[in-house]
Write a protein that binds this ligand. Structure first.
Ligand code: ASN
Length: 587
């Protein structure tokens, strides 16, 4: 397997087709083998030349050459999987001879080494089927341990379906997967292919965002929340019921895996599903035909907040299908909004056995249904239950309100507050300073009264200290203090407006790499053998694959010190070897 250097991450691009790499011919745009990969070489080289010109005084090349090897990869899927003897994990075919590398990029100045795996045949995306989604999932699984992130280059027409399906097929995903494409091929002068592709590679190689995302027109969206909303604009995708995950990354919205489960790809889908769009005057015969065997799952696209015509004949066929075990999920035809139990018809649907799909997109509802129905271990009741709750952040329940976190002082906050005079009332300060026998404070010596920090200052002080104290608590395996600190950070960020320091700390506390020599709390816990804190951090969504500034994951530190319990916990959450960890192990 190819190895990373400390400031290098690896991204695999799975190129399935789409306009992105198509060629303009007399018959219109057609997929062209090898065209995209040829182009990406020259584009990366151009980026590199610009970077070189800006960063080297004499414009000369830095020592490390780019592209590493300008050949593009045409490796077939069958060649990818081979067993890795010492871990039993799958390992990819070695694509290192076919990689390209970016200049140093992003907040950490990482370089991203990426390989493009071109599918054969390349598909116009309307030709894709559920078998192609499973193929993508299987390829990600086969290459999972060898790469830090994945980019899927795909046609836009069915991109929302693929993103939705993959979000379900990739179970307990711990790494970034980004689906992207273009409205205009990269061979055209004014295109969106170059920007979408390079930005997706940069995002996937820079951040751990353990979700299937869709990147388009400078926005990173949760894949299973997207819809194609324009056939020609560069802004082709929207996420009507959820904010983007990133223009600036919103770590509150990013999914955090909390089960101690390793990643795996589910490789089956039930194709006996369909979407039934209700329209005024729809005939009972049409509804009945739709609900007939072999169909097992129906996404019912209703009007407005979930309404359908109040007709007994229609309710009867729907009830009869539910009684037979057909799973019917009600979603709205509206682009925005949710199914809500406002009207009598919706209560009747619920009584018949129809479940509410809240604000799910048709693409997400259909692929979720297809995924759940393919799981033999789930009975109809469970499938219905799971269809009505979020399992991958694909829906928001109407009464979903953020859990209130108590703003009460923790023990440690109390200590910090005492140290910083955060909790003293003005009276106390004045009285203390007047007492003749009171020891003098430094401010009395310098002649000024100790001042009660205002709310802004106290928040700032706390947010500066929180990441350090969190790492300290993790090092000592002091679980209750650690959890108190995390609670406190949440409160701080909820009470602050705008992108200020307190809010950032609240959002990023457990990911913070700036406090403990480039390590976050998970690395520290692993290094110190703090098994209780380690497990708790994973259960509240710490990312198991995050590398510290030296390029190591938490598993590396647990193994280096032979903390067996920590190794077990990390491995159960999907941690694996790879990259710089392997290099240092050999030292
Ligand atoms: N027909 C193309 C596809 O979906 C559209 C595109 O990629 N812009 O493959």
């Amino acid at each position: 397997m190819a190895v990373n250097s400390a400031n290098e991450t690896k991204v695999l691009c799975l190129y399935s087709g789409g306009t992105l790499g198509m060629l303009a011919t007399a018959q219109g745009y057609v997929p062209e083998k090898g065209y995209l990969t040829l182009f990406s070489n020259s584009q990366t080289a151009a980026t590199y030349r610009n970077w070189t010109a800006q960063n080297s005084p004499d414009g000369s090349r830095p020592t490390s050459p780019l592209p590493n090897n300008a050949k593009h990869s045409m490796v077939g899927r069958a060649m990818l999987a081979k067993t890795r003897a010492h871990t039993g994990q799958l390992e990819s075919h070695d694509l290192s001879a076919h990689t390209l590398i970016t200049p140093p990029i992003g907040p950490n100045g990482n370089r991203i080494r990426y390989s493009i795996l071109e599918y054969d045949p390349l598909l116009d995306s309307p030709d894709m089927t559920s078998a192609d989604w499973i193929r993508l999932a299987a390829d990600i699984e086969a290459n999972y341990s060898a790469y830090d992130g994945f980019v899927i280059l795909h046609g836009t027409d069915t991109m929302a379906y693929t993103s939705s399906a993959l979000s379900f097929l990739l179970e307990d995903l711990g790494k970034t997967v980004i689906v992207t494409g273009a409205q205009v091929p990269l061979g055209q002068l004014r295109n969106d292919a170059v920007e979408n592709t390079l930005n997706s590679i940069i995002l996937a190689g820079t951040y751990v965002i353990p979700e299937v995302c869709l990147y388009f027109d400078r926005k990173l969206l949760r894949g299973n929340r997207t819809r194609k909303v324009s056939s020609s604009d560069f802004a082709a995708f929207a996420s009507p019921n959820m904010d983007p995950l990133a223009e600036q990354i919103d770590w509150f919205l990013v999914n955090r895996p909390t089960a101690l489960q390793a990643f795996r790809a589910h490789k089956e889908l039930d194709n006996n599903v369909a979407v039934l769009q209700i329209f005024p005057g729809i005939s009972t015969a049409t509804v009945k035909a739709f609900l007939s065997p072999p169909l097992r799952g129906i996404v019912l696209e209703s009007f407005g907040a979930g309404n359908i015509p109040q007709r007994e004949d229609v309710f009867e066929v729907i009830k009869e299908a539910c009684d037979r075990g057909v799973v019917i999920v009600n979603i709205t035809q509206c682009t925005k909004g949710s199914v809500l139990a406002y009207y009598p018809a919706m209560r009747k649907l619920a009584a018949a056995g129809v479940v509410s799909g809240a604000d799910m997109t048709p693409e997400a509802a259909l692929s979720k249904l297809s995924y759940l129905l393919s799981k033999e271990e789930l009975n109809t009741t469970t499938v219905r239950q799971l269809m009505s709750i979020p399992i991958r952040g694909e829906m928001t329940l109407p009464d979903d309100s953020p859990t209130a976190v108590s703003g009460q002082s923790s023990g440690l906050e109390g200590i910090m507050g005492h140290l910083l005079h955060l909790n003293s009332s003005p009276d106390t300060i004045v009285n203390t300073s007047r007492r003749d026998d009171a020891p003098q404070t430094s401010s009395q010596v310098t002649g000024s009264l100790p001042r009660k920090l205002d709310e802004h200052d106290s928040r700032l002080a706390e947010s500066l200290l929180l990441p350090y104290t969190l790492c300290l608590a993790a090092a000592k395996d002091n679980l209750s203090t650690m959890m108190d600190l995390i609670k406190r950070a949440k409160t701080l960020s909820e009470n602050s407006s705008g992108h200020n320091r307190s809010e950032k700390v609240g959002r990023n506390l457990i990911d913070d790499l700036d406090s403990a020599f480039g390590k976050n709390a998970l690395h520290v816990a692993a290094d110190c053998g703090s098994k209780f804190c380690l497990e708790a951090l994973l259960q509240i969504g710490a990312f198991v694959h995050t590398r510290d500034r030296a390029g190591h994951t938490a598993l590396f530190y647990a193994e280096r010190k032979s903390h067996i319990d920590c190794i077990r916990i990390l491995e159960s959450a999907g941690a694996h070897h790879g990259g710089i960890d392997d290099v240092d192990e050999m030292d």
